[in-house]
Design a protein around this ligand. Structure first.
Ligand SMILES: [Zn+2]
Length: 155
């Protein structure tokens, strides 16, 4: 899916309120902790891209209680371990790219973490944390297989 299509789909979903808040209410997350949930990214830049979303809506790290942040980081660590077990990536990137500017495209003013397994050995962060090459699409069966494998491997 190209970048423009993905952006349009995100814009469509914005009308329903805060997208990460909706993800945090996901009935079937990969995992849920006291302050966060882990879900498969709907617009993944790499296969296995996981989002860890704070359960409460906090728009900046300044506003995020430390215990909530550490809890989310712990969930990101668990997600990265599950991804290493299932996909054996050459490296794993974990990053929070949030912004408190509400109108930037591709971003949400709700603190979250990206956990991205990277297969290709030479990939740099700038190659991975971008939608310039679009996002991945997969069949329902592929999504289900990935979800089941991660659930089975979750530490
Ligand atoms: Zn929110």
């Amino acid at each position: 899916m190209d970048r423009e299509t993905a952006l349009a789909r995100i814009e469509d979903s914005r009308g329903a309120g805060c997208v990460p808040c909706a993800l945090a209410r996901s009935p079937r997350p990969l995992a849920r902790s006291a302050h966060a949930v882990a879900v498969l990214a709907r617009f993944p830049v790499r296969w296995g891209h996981v989002l860890v979303v704070l359960s409460e809506h906090h728009e900046s790290l300044e506003a995020t209680p430390l215990d909530a942040w550490l809890d989310a980081a712990s969930l990101a660590h668990a997600a990265a371990r599950a991804l290493e077990r299932v996909l054996a990536p050459s490296r794993s990137y974990i990053a929070s790219l949030g912004t408190s500017e509400p109108d930037l495209p591709m971003t949400f003013p709700h603190v979250h973490l990206h956990v991205i397994p990277v297969e290709e050995r030479g990939a740099r962060p700038a190659d991975v944390f971008t939608w310039k090459d679009g996002v991945l699409e997969a069949s329902a069966a592929e999504w289900t297989a990935l979800e089941e494998a991660l659930l089975a491997a979750w530490p």
